[in-house]
Design a protein around this ligand. Sequence first.
Ligand SMILES: [Zn+2]
Ligand SMILES: [Zn+2]
Length: 341
Amino acid sequence: MRGLVFTGIGQMEVREFPDPVPGAGQVVVDVKCTSLCGSDLHNLYNSNLPRDIIMGHEGAGVVSAVGLGVTLVKPGDRVALYHVVSCGVCKYCMSGYAQFCVNDRRALAGVEHGTDADKIIVKEANCLPLPDDIPFSVGAFIGCFAGTSFSAMKKLNPSGLNSIAIFGLGPVGLAGVQYAHGMGARVIGIDHIPERLALAEELGADDVINYLERPTVDALKELTGGTGPDLIYETSGSMKAQADALNACAVQGRICLVGFNGPMSEKADGAPPLYAVIGKELTVMGSSIMPRQYHYEIIDFIRAKHIDLEKMITHRFPFEDIEKAVRLFDTGKTGKVVIDL
Ligand SMILES: [Zn+2]
Ligand SMILES: [Zn+2]
């Protein structure tokens, strides 16, 4: 089978690998769709990346073989792949929060082979059942960024009574635009890339702000009668955006930070002005990935609200052109780029 490997900084090639054979508790999935994610680009320029690991962690496909003891799926089942690989038995795993696993937390395309391949081998717990009416691409999205985005949006729980500012209109932000719009809120999208701002408007943003054209805080206050939005959803991870979020948020507003830039560790300089949290009684939340149990809720929600996550796809390629796809995605000017197999 074919698999995409990053062979050096900014370099990649498609290699042949032996077809995987499932061990006990393992499942082989024939990949039908794999989508590119910002973290793939981090990997492309990461000098510490192992050079023999297949890339990709957003995927969906059809089960083609199962190992001993597998009971949750069978050959022929459509599945999305949950990208966090965890122990399954610690208190976080047992309660559905695999992203906080204390034992052996990994990610597809980190230590394990990823989804940019004809086939992938995973634990059965990483298979999220995918109903027939949900496209493989959407399944791939739910297993990573669309799930991350939903989980963060649920913490803010917007309604028709709220104005929500969404900082950063990459995939997490754009999914957030669709979710918040579906939940009834007035949505204001913020970015500096014109293509992304246009896409956000198409997906339900009521207003958009290009922060290179006018200062974000001023623009947000202007659009909300001077108060600032009462909900803020920050996906960019930039310190400037975090500071703007705190400064623009309305009194008693709520902020959910979901974006981070580079390593998770706190940087000493340029910290955001957290005094605003006290002065304005803000609630600032963090959110990390999604608990597995939201899978069904997301599907129910996007069905009920006719949310078409495929609208975020700007480019589709066959697997033969995966390098071309990664290079295009690396320009930062696309929406979601997916590879169909
Ligand atoms: Zn991802
Ligand atoms: Zn665990």
